[in-house]
Design a protein around this ligand. Structure first.
Ligand SMILES: Nc1ncnc2c1ncn2[C@@H]1O[C@H](COP(=O)(O)OP(=O)(O)OP(=O)(O)O)[C@@H](O)[C@H]1O
Length: 246
């Protein structure tokens, strides 16, 4: 078995009296795409935020290439560069072009030389079908295009792992496909990814593994064909039925 890229060991997290994560164990291998599914409030977003240390955990450990990145007092800058995250709301700076949004952090944080950085960013825009929109401002772009720029902005930091938190949830249905296509492309390129998603078709078709969360624990975990089809997985089936009814 190859050593896990990312390991979660007994991760617990509470907000006040509300215990949101109740002992999460997970191993993520390099190049794997894992979909987290579960009802609203089951803890998917919190889990992603605990992985890249946007939230400190209360108990357990998060290991990246075997290093404990949840250790109190650790410099989190390098950790957050290695683990990118994209949220439902794209949060692009409105007064900057798409290109400027993408190059801001690498310029400031990685101190990359301007010409080389622009060229690298242009390659990213081209790779994800946005070459002709690079100089536009966010309000000149559709929601799907803005979300793809947000993904490119995260990729520009050269992360080793990408976390996606319901990144299609705010989009009009006709724009969801173009964002999912970006995820599909990243998977083909071998990016290690964890996605919280309600896109069941996408999870079924593309995930290497699906983790079904309920009440702050992973109650079912396995390849999508097992999670989505086994009639004996009653909790998952009940959840899927409720999602499909919505
Ligand atoms: N910063 C916070 N402060 C207090 N409570 C929080 C905070 N973030 C999350 N919670 C609580 O943690 C619980 C789990 O929320 P979380 O967003 O992780 O669930 P989720 O499964 O991602 O749901 P959704 O699908 O709606 O995004 C909820 O009860 C929520 O109110």
């Amino acid at each position: 078995m190859p050593e896990a890229k990312l390991s979660l060991r007994g991760v617990e997290k509470s907000f006040g009296a509300n215990q949101v994560l109740r002992g999460i164990d997970m191993e993520v291998t390099e190049g794997e795409m894992i979909c987290l599914i579960g009802a609203s409030g089951s803890g998917k977003s919190t889990l992603l935020r605990c992985i890249n240390q946007l939230e400190p955990i209360d108990e357990g450990r998060v290991l990246l290439d075997g290093q404990d990145i949840s250790e109190p007092g650790l410099d989190l800058g390098p950790v957050r560069r290695r683990i990118g995250i994209v949220f439902q709301s794209y949060n692009l700076f409105p007064h900057m072009s798409a290109l400027e949004n993408v190059t801001l952090a690498p310029r400031r944080v990685l101190h990359e030389e301007a010409t080389a950085l622009q060229a690298r960013a242009a390659t990213l825009f081209a790779r994800f079908g946005l070459a002709e929109h690079m100089l536009k401002y966010p309000d000149q772009l559709s929601g799907g295009q803005q979300q793809r720029v947000a993904v490119i902005r995260a990729l520009a930091m050269r992360p080793e792992i990408m976390l996606f938190d319901e990144i299609t949830a705010a989009l009009d249905p006709e724009l969801v496909g173009e964002v999912l296509a970006v995820l599909r492309q990243l998977r083909e390129e071998g990016m290690t990814m964890l996605l919280a998603t309600h896109e069941m078709g996408f999870a079924r078709d593309l995930a290497d593994r699906v983790c079904f969360m309920d009440g702050g624990v992973i109650v079912e975990e396995g390849p999508p064909e097992q999670i989505f089809s086994a009639p004996q997985v009653a909790r998952t089936q009940a959840f899927l039925a409720s999602v499909l009814r919505q």
